[in-house]
Design a binder for this molecule. Structure first.
Ligand SMILES: *[C@@H]1O[C@H](CO)[C@@H](O)[C@H](O)[C@H]1NC(C)=O
Ligand SMILES: *[C@@H]1O[C@H](CO)[C@@H](O)[C@H](O)[C@H]1NC(C)=O
Length: 418
């Protein structure tokens, strides 16, 4: 009986928090499950009997229509219309001390990413604080350093494995296998407090609130080393500064957990590209009784490296790419699979947009509003199959016959077959 009450409570809680989540911009992680892993476990066995969540569907359709209006890329072959890219160089025997300062020679010798912009895209105001990131790797670990302009350093989230993103934070999203499922998210605040978790798939790709409530697995552990640095005193209203920085090293073995990476291929191959996102929510504060307090009534800034064109970091088909290289003089991002992904993403979004209007997916691509380049088959041959209302898109490269066939499902899962 007790379990049942917890489950019902959790479902009701999720629905309420989901509505709140819409207001704060689809960051909504249902609180009822973020607090207790046993709730996640018990919900997992119950979801199959949940009825379809019409309220979510309405929201989702509205979002998709909006997203389609501001369609971010045009389809094309090869390297054009890439999202933002960054080249991460192997440490090649050098070392990085995780102290938050990013002053090791191994950091100084590599470039920053481009500065962050509003997550809704370049048409929105440029962030008033700059944010940039560097990434390096060795055979065991991935190194990430972020530098964030800031004047006032404050925070109240002091426990690891809680919702760090609800205050100022730096966030990292990593897709270690290109599938866009089982991706990893990490968050850190000025006080060196972190949350690392695995997302089974993007929240928006779940049909029901029950399913969404078990979207993430907080028990996944990145085996992180971490540190932060601030050039002002944290939570002292009389102290101001100019920036804070965050530094992480994460284990490739842990990042590869629950992914499609073959055993024995935990670290990236040279020239492998991974979907990556870096983001930074920036909240307004007020001072009450000599202390910083989050100003709940002021709008939050959502800044990110690659904009997803929505206030939603959980759209793994709209994030940036990091390519792993060994030779420091190789500065060109070039990834032979991009044109396949690009075409799959284009049809994926068009299918969801079509469904938001007509209520179903379709296998006649001529009825989807696809860019002429996609339809002309100059980059890829595309086909869509429907099975019990679900679609699979297949893309076959016309640039390179050695490339495997690429597929995407309506829940955004991507895989390759020979
Ligand atoms: C941050 O936390 C880690 C792990 O708890 C600790 O090793 C490190 O010294 C802390 N340091 C700073 C400067 O934030
Ligand atoms: C900040 O400065 C004011 C005025 O000098 C002082 O009263 C207050 O105690 C200081 N606060 C902190 C946190 O140091």
């Amino acid at each position: 009986m007790r379990t049942r009450e917890i489950i019902i409570g959790a479902i009701v809680g999720s629905v309420l928090l989901f509505v709140a989540g819409i207001l704060v911009g689809l960051y909504g992680i249902p609180k009822s499950t973020s607090e207790s892993k046993s709730n996640v476990a018990s919900l997992a066995t119950e979801c199959s009997t949940t009825t379809y969540d019409a309220e979510w569907d309405t929201y989702r359709n509205k979002y998709l229509q909006k997203a389609a209006e501001s369609s971010c890329y045009k389809a094309t072959c090869d390297t054009e219309d890439l999202p933002r890219t960054y080249i991460s160089y192997h440490l090649d025997g050098k070392s990085i001390k995780i102290d938050g300062k990013l002053d090791d020679p191994a950091w100084l010798e590599v470039p920053w990413t481009d500065s962050f912009m509003d997550i809704r895209g370049p048409d929105y105001p440029k962030p008033y604080f700059d944010t940039k990131v560097k990434v390096r790797w060795d055979d065991q670990r991935l190194y990430v350093g972020a530098r964030m302009q800031e004047t006032h350093f404050w925070g109240t989230v002091t426990r690891d494995e809680t919702a760090v993103w609800k205050e100022n934070a730096f966030e990292l999203y990593i897709v270690p296998d290109g599938s866009l499922h089982n991706y990893k998210q990490l968050q850190i605040n000025v006080m060196n407090v972190t949350w690392d978790l695995m997302l089974k798939k993007a929240y928006i790709d779940f049909a029901t609130s029950c399913d969404r409530s078990r979207a993430f697995d907080s028990s996944w552990d990145s085996d992180m080393r971490k540190a932060t640095f601030t050039d002002g005193i944290v939570n002292d209203i009389n102290s101001t500064g100019t920036f804070w920085s965050a530094e992480w090293s994460l284990s490739f073995e842990r990042l590869a957990q629950h992914t499609d990476r073959p055993a024995g291929k935990l670290k990236p191959d040279e020239n492998e590209a991974w979907f990556f996102s870096f983001a930074r929510p920036e909240y307004k504060y007020k001072i009450v009784n000599g202390k910083y307090v989050k100003d709940e009534s002021a709008p939050t800034e959502w800044w990110s490296w690659q904009p997803t064109y929505a206030i939603n970091n959980h759209l793994p088909s709209r994030i940036g790419l990091v390519q792993f290289k060994r030779k420091m003089n190789d500065e060109t991002f070039k990834w032979e699979k991009w044109h396949l992904y690009r075409a799959l993403f284009e049809v994926f979004e068009a299918e969801h947009k079509y469904k938001s209007v007509s209520g179903k997916f379709i296998d006649d691509m001529s009825l989807l509003q696809l860019a002429p380049k996609i339809m002309s088959s100059s980059c890829v041959d595309l086909s869509v199959t429907l099975n019990q209302g679900h679609f699979t898109v297949t893309a076959i490269s016309k640039l390179d016959s050695n490339l495997p066939q690429a597929h995407i499902r309506d829940d955004r899962y991507v895989w390759f077959t020979n």
